[in-house]
Design a protein around this ligand. Structure first.
Ligand code: NAP
Length: 297
């Protein structure tokens, strides 16, 4: 049997036996859009949120009616909450066939000014909680001989920005983890994918709080990075557009392991192919100087 094909028959059966999906971070953005899209397509979906009651209330007000998926509580900074949330999702679904590790936390602050404990928390959310959920999900997937793990990485694995060092590091860790895991799980017919989007219109950037200490030489340089006008640019993909790519990935047993999302990510991949590291570096320094970050030149 080839990679992941064991899931194909149930995908074709039109609703009745479609796999159970667990999506972390289903309160907004990509996770919420994916929870709706997969539910609309007949998948049985459980999403996670730190405060599911508030999310349900908000969704009922905004969209009317109860959402077509279930929500369980999961705080990714708390291993006990991850274990409890996973157990609850598993019992609701009768088994997790597809695990989508979507939840993530951003960052805006220099390495010097950012507290190491806050960096550890970011890694807990963006990386270690994923490892924990994978460890919870894999034994049953392996026993069944099927399953899909889809992680939300980022373009920042390839294209780094200043003041996001821990975010870049956590997403690079996630890409490395996913690629290694893919080889580990391939003989067990469990597929692993990592989506690497560029900018996506969601709550992600609004949630960022710039971090700097009093008198920090970085404070002014952070300012241009608080320009979120791209969040209103219709050319930039929104959560729904990413959800469509997630659905296509789940339904294509031959989907690649690493999947760039959005024009920005695809353009950068092409630039990587044709430019040397030194040329790319000069280009990125120039782009940053256009942003007003003269300290780079
Ligand atoms: N937006 C972009 O430009 C972009 C680009 C590349 C990659 N990504 C990645 O895409 C993923 C989804 O982001 P998004 O754009 O959809 O952002 P979003 O709208 O801010 O959604 C983030 C989700 O993560 C959850 N989350 C954050 N901290 C958590 C914690 N400690 N415990 C549990 N859940 C937590 C949030 O849930 P709560 O409601 O509980 O806070 C929320 O549902 C992230 O992994 C992000 O790194 C985003």
């Amino acid at each position: 049997m080839s990679d992941g094909t064991s899931l194909e028959p149930s995908f074709r059966e039109g609703g009745k036996t479609l796999p159970g999906v667990l999506i972390t971070g289903a309160s907004s953005g990509i996770g919420l859009a994916t929870a709706y899209l997969l539910s609309e397509r007949g998948y049985r979906v459980v999403g996670t949120a730190r405060n599911p009651d508030a999310v349900l209330h908000r969704l009922q007000e905004e969209r009317g009616g109860t959402p077509p998926f279930r929500l369980v509580r999961m705080d990714l900074t708390d291993p006990a909450s991850v274990d409890e949330g996973y157990a609850r999702a598993q019992s609701l679904l009768g088994g997790v066939d597809i695990l989508i590790n979507n939840a993530g936390q951003g960052e805006l602050g220099s390495v010097e000014d950012t507290d190491l404990d806050d960096s550890r928390t970011l890694f807990e959310v963006n990386y270690f909680s994923v490892v924990r959920l994978v460890k919870l999900a894999v034994p049953a997937m392996r026993a069944r001989g099927s399953g899909i793990i889809l992680n939300l990485g980022s373009i920042v694995h390839d294209l780094q920005f200043p003041f996001k060092a821990q975010y870049c590091a956590s997403k690079s860790a996630l890409t490395g983890f996913s690629l290694s895991l893919r080889y580990e799980l391939h003989p067990h017919h469990i597929r692993v994918h990592i989506l690497e989007p560029g900018w996506v219109r969601s709550e992600f950037h609004n949630r960022l709080r710039p971090v700097y200490k009093a008198g920090s030489p970085y404070a002014l340089r952070l300012k241009p990075f608080l320009d979120f006008t791209r969040d209103s640019d219709p050319a930039v993909p929104d959560g729904r557009a990413v959800a469509v790519i997630i659905l296509a990935t789940l339904e294509n047993p031959k989907a690649p392991v690493r999947i760039p999302v959005g024009r920005e990510a695809r353009k950068f991949r092409i630039a990587r192919r044709f430019l040397s590291n030194a040329m790319l570096d000069r280009l990125l320094l120039w782009k940053l100087s256009q942003k007003g970050d003269k300290a780079h030149l």
